[in-house]
Ligand binder design. Structure first.
Ligand code: ADQ
Length: 474
């Protein structure tokens, strides 16, 4: 079955967050299960494109409104990622370094989607299914079914996966002229709340939509930044499939970014060594419990509550607890964390920035990973933590509820709390500190976690099974 995954991010080419991890792994596991899945993404001027070779497999021109643009489809030559990788290059528009945040970002993603459709249309391809990810690719289903230009593609099933329902990519009707010819009586399928809303359009037009955890499917009807009623209406098309992790990349016994490699049998020693290295780099003490946070410092992740919660915990536990934060995001939170570090240099360390290698080292060296998320569609950090024997301390929401069982419950291994509040977080940290003192229990939980299977195998099969239901049997 030929499948195209369309995404703005893909690990290791361009990663901003979890979307990249998923799109860089799912197709590989699907191919191992007998599919023929490829990834199509925008061209970014990044390390990966300079260190690898590409063939130009197609070139053409298309229209973005009245602007004629020239584009190239570049294919990575080795398929070493476990899937074919195609990048769409548009000189001056899709050939920059960063993934997001350019003032003409909406034009960039619109052009990306149009060029993809032009390419498969004019090169005569008929994939079995097109799988779109997040709002950057959300107009593809509408255009496939309601543009006279792409009538040839109108029978191809589309699936849309929502990695984050808070972001819709919406824009005004004044930009409708940037779309190719469309059936004007169908424009309602583009609309939500008075504008063009790519996420809403994808939910309406794709054959099926999926969320990255079963719990999040339900939560979207309660909190999706204004699309709650749409999710309620379209609920029959929705499926919740939990993300997996790429166990080739996330393997503490082979991970090149983990200084002291370890397996289930050597976890205590390996973790301690990694922790010592981390602590000496950040001026912390390796004898104390090390509680870490990795991620975007934004309200959605509960990062705004971290400074107060950490301050309170340090006060409560005196010198007996350590925190390490890796992230970047809201300036106010970054500044509050820096200040905290200055007040408590021996108990709190902060690294503002994005550092993939440091993140791997932290997952391996930490005792506890804190995730006080307000919204967490799936969450990969807790899965990486579990895989590396690090106890997740999470708010019960979205995919965190689906993947973390409190150690007080049967079969449990993590710590869960209900509210994004200083009180709930500090209470959970108290539990973590107590747990840390029980060396035997810690060791038992680490081994238990490392024996759990959150790899893509099962989830990739669920996607494949869903595809099968949409593709007519020959
Ligand atoms: N400063 C930093 N330095 C190094 N690495 C960093 C980093 N900040 C973040 N990361 C890494 O980025 C990834 C973040 O993944 P998440 O799934 O937690 O979040 P994100 O909100 O981006 O993804 C959205 O999509 C994914 C995928 O579907 C969902 O799991 C999630 O709930 C949803 O919000 C992890 O691999 C993490 O280690």
């Amino acid at each position: 079955m030929r499948i195209y995954h369309l995404s703005a991010e893909c690990y290791p080419i361009a990663k901003v967050g979890g979307l990249a991890d998923v799109v860089g792994a799912l197709p590989k596991y699907q191919n191992q299960a007998g599919q023929n899945a490829a990834v199509v993404m925008p061209f970014y001027n990044r390390k990966f494109v300079h260190e690898n070779t590409f063939d130009m497999v197609f070139q053409g021109t298309t229209l973005l409104g009245t602007r004629r643009i020239y584009f190239e489809i570049l294919k990575e030559t080795t398929d070493k990622l476990g899937f074919e990788l195609f990048m769409i290059k548009i000189p001056g528009l899709l050939d920059r370094e960063n993934v997001y945040s350019y003032p003409d970002e909406k034009d960039q993603f619109l052009a990306f989607q149009i060029c993809f459709l032009d390419w498969i249309n004019w090169s005569g391809q008929t994939p079995d299914l097109v799988h779109c990810h997040d709002h950057h690719t959300g107009l593809v289903p509408f255009l496939m079914y309601h543009s006279s230009l792409y009538k040839r593609l109108a029978q191809i099933p589309t699936i849309f996966t929502i990695h984050n329902g808070q972001y819709h990519g919406a824009f005004g009707w004044d930009r409708l002229n940037l779309l190719p010819e469309i059936d004007f009586y169908k424009t309602g399928l583009l609309e939500w709340a008075g504008g063009i809303n790519p996420l809403a359009s994808a939910v309406k037009c794709s054959w099926r939509y999926t969320t990255v955890s079963p719990n999040y499917l339900h939560e979207l009807t309660i909190n999706s930044n204004g699309l709650e009623y749409l999710f309620y209406l379209e609920g029959r098309k929705g499926y919740g499939i939990i993300n997996g992790i790429d166990t080739d990349v996330w393997n503490s016994a082979t991970d090149p970014m983990v200084p002291a490699k370890y397996s289930l049998t050597t976890v205590a020693k390996g973790k301690q060594k990694n922790k010592e290295l981390l602590c000496s780099r950040f001026n912390l003490s390796a004898d104390k419990p090390l509680i870490v946070f990795i991620g975007r410092l934004v309200v959605e992740k509960g990062a705004d509550v971290l400074p107060d919660a950490i301050e309170r915990s340090i006060q409560q536990h005196g010198d007996n607890v350590n925190f390490l934060i890796l992230g970047t995001g809201d300036t106010e939170t970054e500044m509050a964390l820096q200040k905290l570090k200055d007040f408590h240099p021996g108990n709190c360390a902060v690294f503002i920035g994005y550092d993939e290698s440091l993140a791997h080292h932290i997952y391996a060296g930490a005792d506890f990973l804190l995730m006080p998320s307000r919204v967490e569609p799936c969450g990969l950090n807790q899965l990486y933590a579990i895989r590396y024997g690090t106890i997740p301390v999470v708010r019960s929401t979205g995919g965190l509820s689906d993947t973390v069982i409190d150690f007080g419950d049967e079969g449990g291994y993590g710590i869960r709390f209900n509210h994004v509040s200083v009180a709930d977080i500090t209470h959970s940290i108290n539990r973590a500190v107590e747990l840390y003192a029980d060396t035997k229990k810690m060791q038992q939980l680490r081994k238990h976690m490392m024996s759990l299977d959150f790899s893509w195998g099962r989830s990739a099969k669920e996607y494949n099974d869903l595809y099968e239901t949409l593709i007519p049997k020959l």
